[in-house]
Design a protein around this ligand. Structure first.
Ligand SMILES: [Zn+2]
Length: 242
C-alpha cells in the first residue's frame, strides 16, 4: 500500500480505513470543474470504483477549470476523456462511464449501486432529482455549487440531515444569466476538496458536517450556515432517524 502511505500516515485514516475506501463505489454526476477534480481526488485517494456520468463534450471555454483535461480533449466526451486520465492515474480504480444525462430513467439504478453520490452538476433541476432519488434509496450525497467567486457544499444524509428540498423549497430555474456571471477557477477546487473530504468520511462511517459550507474567496469570507429540516418537506418530511 505504498501508494497511500502518506494518506494512512494521517491520524484520521488507518490501513483498515484505506481498505474500506477501496471497497466503496462513488457516483459522480457531472464532469465539469467540480466533478473532474472530484473524480481525480477520489481515484488518487484509492476509491475502488467510480461511476462517471455526463453527456457534454469538452469545449475550449471549459479548460480554464477542467484541471485533468487539456487541448487534446477538445470535442471529446467529458466523461470518457476524464476516464482516460483517471485510468492513467490509478489502474486499481475501476471506472464506469455513462455518456448521458442523469435522469429519471437511469437515476434510481445508478444511485442504488453507489455508496456515496457526489454532485458535480451545474443546475438545480438535476440536483432536485439527485435529492429525490437519494432520499428514496437512502444514499448519502454531497451537494456542491459554484458561481462567480462563491462556493457552497452540503452533505445530505437521509434520515440524519435536512434534504435539498428543506434547504431550497422552491425550484428556481437557472436562466442564461447564470452562465453570464462567470466563475473564478479557484472556486471549484475548494468546493471539490470539501466534497471529497466529506465523501471519504462518509465511506469511513464517520460523522459529516451538518451545516452548509459557504465561502466567497474574493471577499475572504467563510461561513458555516445552519440548515433546518422542514417537517412538512415533500421529499423527506416523513423520514425519521433509525
Ligand atoms: Zn427535506
Amino acid at each position: 500500500m505504498d501508494r497511500y502511505i502518506r494518506q494512512t500516515a494521517l491520524n484520521q485514516v488507518s490501513e483498515e480505513d484505506q481498505e474500506t475506501i477501496r471497497s466503496k463505489k462513488v457516483l459522480i454526476i457531472g464532469l465539469g470543474g467540480l466533478g473532474g477534480l472530484t473524480s481525480s481526488l477520489l481515484a488518487r485517494a484509492g476509491v475502488g470504483h467510480l461511476t462517471l456520468i455526463d453527456t457534454d463534450k469538452v469545449e475550449l471555454s471549459n479548460l480554464h477549470r477542467l484541471f485533468e483535461l487539456n487541448e487534446e480533449d477538445l470535442g471529446k466526451s467529458k466523461a470518457e476523456a476524464t476516464a482516460r486520465k483517471l485510468r492513467k492515474i490509478n489502474q486499481e480504480t475501476k471506472i464506469d462511464v455513462h455518456n448521458e444525462n442523469f435522469n429519471v430513467d437511469n437515476g434510481e439504478r445508478l444511485v442504488q449501486e453507489a455508496d456515496v453520490v457526489i454532485d458535480g452538476t451545474d443546475n438545480l433541476l438535476t440536483r432536485f432529482l439527485i435529492n429525490k432519488v437519494s432520499v428514496k434509496r437512502n444514499t448519502p450525497w454531497v451537494y456542491g455549487a459554484c458561481v462567480g467567486t462563491v462556493g457552497t457544499s452540503f452533505t445530505f444524509v437521509p434520515k440524519k440531515t435536512p434534504c435539498l428540498s428543506c434547504m431550497i423549497p422552491k425550484k428556481p430555474i437557472c436562466t442564461p444569466e447564470c452562465e453570464e456571471v462567470g466563475i473564478m477557477n479557484t472556486v471549484p477546487p475548494v468546493v471539490s476538496s470539501h466534497q471529497v473530504t466529506q465523501a471519504i468520511k462518509l465511506m469511513m462511517g464517520k460523522e459529516t458536517l451538518k451545516k452548509l459550507f459557504y465561502f466567497d474567496l474574493w471577499k475572504n469570507k467563510f461561513q458555516l450556515v445552519t440548515v433546518n429540516k422542514k417537517e412538512d418537506c415533500p421529499i423527506c418530511g416523513n423520514e425519521t432517524e433509525d
